[in-house]
Design a protein around this ligand. Structure first.
Ligand code: SF4
Length: 355
């Protein structure tokens, strides 16, 4: 079991639910734009976000951002310890640094001291591109062993300043190397682990790589908080992270969406309809499994464990609940009617729970 670290009121590690993180891709100096994106991330289910602090202007902007943000904001710092100190003073909920490149032990101690004073954790962020050249040469290339050693060396630098409120990440763009490295790290210490595949790629490629890398580790019980890294809208990172957690039953609640792959029986434009329904229901606050199936022959049966669904016919859909057909929906109004039915069932279920 890992230790518990508190990030702005959200506990990471120690058997707490796996927390979803993302990172803003707005300019941090653009306070309104950054806050608007944080709101979208929060609405999508993000627990903690991170902003980059490349200069003092960004560190200054963090004051207002962290004050108004609905979720804890982590400050991402490279090289300059003064930015880390400013971010800690300006409301960051956690600081992400590589202790090996922040300017030496004295400067690292100054960062650690202010974080300690304010109860802020530090994430030791090491990735395959930043490991010590000597370690790469010693092992004949980047591997799980030297990645782990590099991260532990960085952790030790911080521990030497008498600081242990630590989260560790050791990312690589290779899911295989990520898996091997985190397996080693989870045996080597009990600090909470921030798991992710870095520079994973675009929406499709990056989601697959992240699902393999993060999913494998989570299935083995490794990982306390995750970030899916995608080249795109960070909100998609949150959706992908939620899907990974749901696939492993590590996240319950919310809409679980299932849809069939379509086949020669499909007589409705199911792909468009499924996409539209998914975008309209996926953020609803109900604990429901929703199924969009291509045909009435197999659909309701194949989706028997769903709460509610539709199955395509010819110019119409069958609405079903728990595998039982309820009524028909006309093709042209099916999406609107179905979304209304999902809301109705969600409300019914919620009021039953409340009573
Ligand atoms: Fe094909 Fe029907 Fe199965 Fe969809 S539910 S894959 S349309 S048989």
């Amino acid at each position: 079991m890992t230790r518990i670290v508190n990030v702005g009121g959200i506990e990471i590690g120690g058997g707490n639910p796996v927390r979803i993180q993302s990172m803003n891709n707005t300019r941090t100096q653009d306070i309104d734009g950054t806050l608007a994106q944080i709101q979208r991330l929060s609405d999508a289910g993000c627990d903690i976000t991170r902003v980059t602090i490349p200069d003092m202007e960004a560190a200054e902007a963090l004051k207002e951002i962290s004050k108004k943000s609905p979720i804890p904001v982590v400050a991402d710092i490279h090289f300059d310890y003064r930015l880390a100190i400013a971010a800690a003073k300006n409301g960051a909920a956690k600081i992400r640094i590589n202790p090996g490149n922040i300017g030496g032990p004295d400067k690292l101690k100054q960062v650690a001291d202010i974080c300690k004073e304010r109860g802020l954790p530090i994430r030791v962020g090491v990735n395959s591109g930043s490991i010590d050249r000597k370690l790469v040469d010693e092992f004949g290339g980047v591997c799980a062993e030297n990645m782990t050693k590099s991260a532990l060396d960085a952790v030790r630098l911080l521990e030497d300043t008498d600081f242990d409120n630590i989260v560790i990440s050791i990312k690589s763009s290779s899911p295989k190397l990520t898996i091997e490295t985190y397996r080693l790290m989870s045996k080597a210490c009990d600090y909470p682990l921030h798991v992710g595949v870095t520079e994973a790629g675009t929406l499709r490629e990056g989601t697959v790589k992240s699902a393999v890398g993060i999913g494998t580790l989570l299935a083995e019980g490794i990982g306390d908080t995750i970030r899916v890294s995608l080249t795109g809208d960070p909100v998609d990172e949150v959706y992908a992270a939620k899907s990974i957690l749901k696939a492993l039953d590590l996240k319950t609640g919310g809409i679980t969406f299932v849809s069939c792959p379509t086949c020669g029986r499909t007589q409705v434009p199911l792909i468009d309809i499924a996409n539209e329904i998914e975008s309209r229901v996926s953020n609803l606050p109900y604990d429901l499994k929703v199924a969009i199936m291509g045909c009435a022959v197999n659909g309701p049966g194949e989706a028997r464990d769903s709460d509610i669904g539709i199955a395509g016919g010819k110019d119409e859909f069958l609405l079903f609940e728990h595998g039982q057909i309820v009524r028909k929906l006309k093709s042209d109004s099916a999406v609107d009617e179905f979304v209304a039915e999902v809301i109705r069932l969600g409300e019914e279920k919620s009021s039953l729970k409340r009573s």
